[in-house]
Write a protein that binds this ligand. Structure first.
Ligand SMILES: [Zn+2]
Length: 422
């Protein structure tokens, strides 16, 4: 019984993160250290961590005598992963293979039935699951009730609950109706608070400001989910209003027409772009617009009721790599599966990249440095180097040799705190 209690309390401690005292130095012995940017491996490295940041990396770094030593000499160490398209404050009762209308009904049900308080608790649970799978940073792109995401971000930043560094979008901004089709006229406001409707230039500026005032750190717009699309000028206005507030714009685009408009309008990333043609992918490359493909696995496509999407995303991902479009990893997981966590379901999306012919180096870059650049964090996170946040994971094997090993993360440190050490 005592042993069980001890075990439970260690688990509880790890869930909250093992905190080093201020000034306490942690020394990590890395058997292999992978640098995703160069796609190279260094052997037998020492990483020193102090006050949440990496202070030294190298083969002959002296270990201070009072340092806490973490032995990862049998592991491969690499930067923590990013998921740049999450919805942590949303668990959908999807109906596997039932089609897009069923999915929209599920979202409508979540909107209508679940309180924002409950949605933020879902967010807390999902945030821990993401962290334990190796995701140390996420960009959460809306569908969080009435700003459950802002509450979650604040709680993570304060250290009240464990979770990845969390950049949230608040309410998704879309033209009238948001992403719901066929709303009953008596209940047109049922899509609120998931969406902010904005149609005219004044409404666009106001929606961005309102969102930022309520804690959004990125703006998410739905460009083409209604028969009436935003125009290039509309998108440019979103980008300007967001930039004035110090944030970037992510654009939901399912169609090629929508993706082309968003790219011309200069957004930071295009989400999904399932039907993007090669000229549109080339335009994205020319404009430096990231593809966040939410590249559904076969299983995820089925769960979301969109079986045919898996084929689309693999084929589109293949073309995007041929063109050289910048690519950041992003998943869009909102469904629940027994025996899986939000984190394990999300990291499985690397399978679609493998199917598209991406190399392990390209996949690791999408998971780390590329995502950091998209989020404007490339000087703070996504690499293991002095001055960077100590967001560090370790895998049983070297992912440059076997990329599937990223699905079995055995060690997670975020901001110098250890959240997992198997
Ligand atoms: Zn999404």
């Amino acid at each position: 019984m005592k042993a069980i209690r001890a075990c439970v309390s260690i688990l509880a401690l790890l869930a909250m993160g093992v905190t080093a005292l201020p000034g306490q130095i942690t020394a990590i012995r890395a058997g292999q250290l992978v640098d995703p940017a160069s796609g190279t491996t260094a052997r037998d490295q020492i990483i020193l961590v102090e006050n949440g940041k990496i202070t030294a990396v190298g083969p002959a770094v002296p270990i201070p005598k009072d340092a806490a030593v973490v032995d990862l000499s049998k592991r491969t160490v690499l930067p923590g992963f990013f998921d740049t398209h999450t919805h942590l404050c949303l668990n959908l009762e999807t109906q596997g293979g039932q089609g897009l209308p069923a999915l929209i009904r599920s979202l409508l049900a979540a909107t209508a039935i679940e309180s924002t308080a409950y949605r933020s608790i879902e967010g807390v649970a999902n945030a821990l699951e993401m962290l334990q799978a190796g995701f140390t940073t996420v960009r959460d792109v809306g569908n969080a009730g009435n700003y459950a995401d802002t509450a979650l971000r604040r709680a993570i930043e304060k250290g009240l609950v464990p979770g990845p560094t969390f950049v949230n979008a608040g309410r998704i901004i879309g033209p009238y109706g948001g992403q719901f089709h066929g709303l009953p006229p008596e209940r047109a406001d049922i899509a609120i608070p998931e969406y902010l409707y904005a149609d005219s230039p004044d409404e666009i500026v106001k929606a961005v400001r309102q969102n930022v005032a309520f804690g959004a750190r990125v703006i998410k717009i739905a460009v083409d989910d209604q028969p009436y699309l935003y125009s290039v000028d509309d998108v440019k206005l979103f980008v300007k209003a967001a930039a004035d507030a110090g944030v970037k714009v992510a654009a939901h685009c399912a169609t090629d027409a929508g993706a082309k408009i968003a790219a011309e309008g200069g957004v930071a990333s295009i989400e999904h772009a399932y039907q993007a043609t090669t000229p549109t992918l080339e335009l994205m490359k020319a404009k430096g617009v990231y593809l966040v493909g939410t590249d559904f696995t076969t299983q995820a496509s089925h769960e979301m009721g969109m079986d045919e999407y898996h084929g689309y995303v693999v084929e589109r991902l293949k073309r995007a790599y041929q063109v050289g479009t910048p690519i950041a990893f992003g998943t869009d997981v909102v469904f629940v599966m027994p025996g899986q966590t939000r984190g394990t379901l999300s990291i499985e999306f690397i399978s679609s990249f493998v199917e598209a012919g991406a190399t392990p180096k390209q996949i690791l870059q999408a998971l780390t440095v590329n995502a950091a650049k998209l989020m404007g964090m490339e000087k703070e996170r996504g690499s293991i180097a002095p001055g960077f946040a100590a967001d560090i994971v370790a895998t049983p094997e070297n992912p440059l040799q076997n990329i599937q090993t990223v699905r079995n993360v055995a060690f997670v440190m975020k901001g110098g705190k250890i959240y997992r050490n198997d």
